[in-house]
Design a protein around this ligand. Structure first.
Ligand SMILES: Nc1ncnc2c1ncn2[C@@H]1O[C@H](COP(=O)(O)OP(=O)(O)OP(=O)(O)O)[C@@H](O)[C@H]1O
Ligand SMILES: [Mg+2]
Length: 503
């Protein structure tokens, strides 16, 4: 019976100082199966997969490949055993070509010479890409490829090792809808070739799109494994969170106050043109559109991270010049970036240090930072946002992906900003914690902060925003009031229809 499985992970235990990351990990995988692995932030999903891919040793438990027990010593060893992991931060070399990346360190040689057999390498790379029906120039440098294409290169690389098992840890988080379709097609092709895949995601709808079975983990514990056809979204949420979630979007309504931020004909050449809108006290405004429509660029310009070529920014009725992000923070504008690893968080610092980083001045008494207040504030955020950690002195890089995102959020919540711009604030955040973040947004709005939320998740935009601005190719295509907004109308504006033609 065990031959049915390419992989069995049994009773896996993994401890870190102060945390049991995995208490009793269980997972089986059949050839040609997509097995979804879900659970709240910090549930132990990535850790279990790092053990499988040889990146972390386990404390106890067993791993069987096609029924035979194995000990996996390193990522290299895992690869030899036919296990590949596609990480969210790719391990590609940006300046090398697609083909060089696939064969990095294993380049075919000309006979016994030290010289690379380029034509063989290009041909082999082309064959692999053909096998997965990906149309990509194998000579193209990887830094000229889109995120989705880089992901495909990673998958091609996995196949070049003859992998039987491919692990994808939140592969969809950085993809556009269109790219996601391409990934799903690729997954279907890999299934046909008998490759087993473990697929981690916080977007539960994806389970129903591609999954065969789903395993839920909570707090390092194995909860259950079910065929996807036997469960619905509510069942999965209940298993993940331990209870039913009654309100996924706890929207509160406040009276509209005076205008806080207005941008007039904001322009940055090559990014966006003539963008005008205003934000008032008491409201959450959504900024949506297809990836690449210019949403993040607008946010960066308001935050002083990019220069503007025209237009102006008016804060509390006064025109202001925002010279730099430091300047923006001083004037009361905050930006939570979508790229948390590079811009939001200092991974080597603790939760406490990261939380107070953007507003350390408020803690300075005479010349010294008030450390006990700092500790108290960081602890409060850890509690409110349910950041899963043994304590506030934990360094950020040891937190799970979603918990890192919560620390970035805490940092901005602590700045006492007037205007907060949230760029994809709930990406990688589990369903339960999302609700906590929405509640905190309500609290901020109640205190007079206004929020601009950039998001590609239309249910979240529709669920939490009072007004929705839609961008299309660098222009503001239109603005919809909450009561008029539908998924369909937003998509029409985002793809080039005019407001007049749809309402
Ligand atoms: N290197 C490490 N040192 C200390 N603790 C760690 C380390 N790696 C992970 N942890 C802890 O182990 C727990 C499980 O983390 P893991 O990254 O596996 O969660 P996850 O399920 O992938 O969550 P997410 O959905 O947020 O990505 C967390 O509490 C995390 O802080
Ligand atoms: Mg993870």
């Amino acid at each position: 019976m065990s031959e049915e499985y390419v992989l069995q992970m049994q009773d896996i235990v993994k401890r870190f100082p102060g945390v049991v990351a995995v208490k009793n990990g269980q997972l089986t995988l059949k050839p040609g199966e997509v097995h979804c692995l879900v659970g709240e932030n910090g549930a132990g999903k990535s850790t279990l997969m790092k053990i499988l891919s040889g990146a972390q040793p386990m404390d106890s438990g067993a791993i069987l490949l096609s029924g035979k027990p194995v000990t996996i010593h390193s990522p290299h060893h895992a690869q030899q055993l036919g296990i590949s992991m596609i990480y969210q931060e790719f391990n590609l070399s940006p300046y090398l070509s697609v083909a060089e990346n696939i064969y990095l360190g294993r380049e075919p040689r000309l006979g016994k010479s030290p010289f690379i057999n380029w034509s063989k390498m290009y041909n082999d790379a082309r064959d692999i890409l053909k096998r997965i029906r990906v149309n990509l120039d194998v000579r193209k440098p990887v830094n000229e490829c889109s995120v989705a294409q880089q992901q495909m290169v990673e998958i091609a690389k996995a196949l070049s090792f003859n992998s039987r098992i491919i692990v994808m840890d939140e592969p969809s988080a950085t993809l556009t809808d269109h790219e996601l379709d391409a990934l799903f097609e690729l997954i279907a092709e890999l299934k046909r070739q008998g490759i087993g895949m473990i697929y981690i995601s916080h977007r539960l709808e994806e389970i129903f799109a591609i999954g065969d079975r789903v395993t839920v983990m909570r707090d390092g514990e194995y909860i259950d494994t079910k065929p996807v056809s036997d469960v619905n979204r509510e069942d999965i949420i209940r298993m993940m969170v331990g209870r039913a979630l009654t309100h996924e979007f706890p929207k509160e309504h406040f009276d509209l106050g005076e205008e806080r931020l207005r941008v007039e004909e904001l322009t940055r050449k090559g990014a966006f043109q003539d963008v005008s809108f205003s934000l008032h006290r008491g409201e959450i405004v959504g900024l949506t559109g297809l990836v690449g429509a210019g949403r993040t660029e607008v946010a960066r310009a308001i935050f002083g991270a990019d220069r503007i070529d025209g237009g102006q920014i008016v804060l509390d009725g006064k025109p202001v010049t925002v010279r730099s992000p430091q300047d923006a923070i001083r004037q009361g504008i905050g930006l939570l970036t979508e790229d948390r690893k590079n811009q939001g968080l200092i991974l080597g610092m603790t939760i406490r240090e990261n939380t107070t980083l953007a507003n350390l001045r408020s803690l300075v008494r005479i010349l010294f930072v008030d450390r006990s207040r700092e500790r108290k504030i960081a602890s409060e955020f850890v509690r409110e946002l349910q950041i899963k950690t043994p304590g506030i002195e934990q360094t950020a890089q040891n937190l799970s992906g979603g918990n890192q995102q919560k620390v970035v959020l805490a940092k901005w919540l602590f700045t006492e900003s007037k205007v907060l711009i949230f760029d994809e604030p709930t990406r990688g955040i589990d369903v339960g914690a999302k609700v906590e973040i929405y509640r905190l947004m309500n609290d901020l709005v109640r205190k007079g902060v206004c929020i601009l939320m950039i998001s590609s998740e239309l249910p979240e935009v529709l669920g939490m925003c009072d007004r929705i601005l839609v961008m299309h190719e660098g222009h503001l295509a239109g603005s919809l009031d909450r009561k008029d907004a539908t998924q369909e109308r937003i998509m029409k504006l985002a793809t080039g229809d005019t407001l007049a033609s749809i309402v």
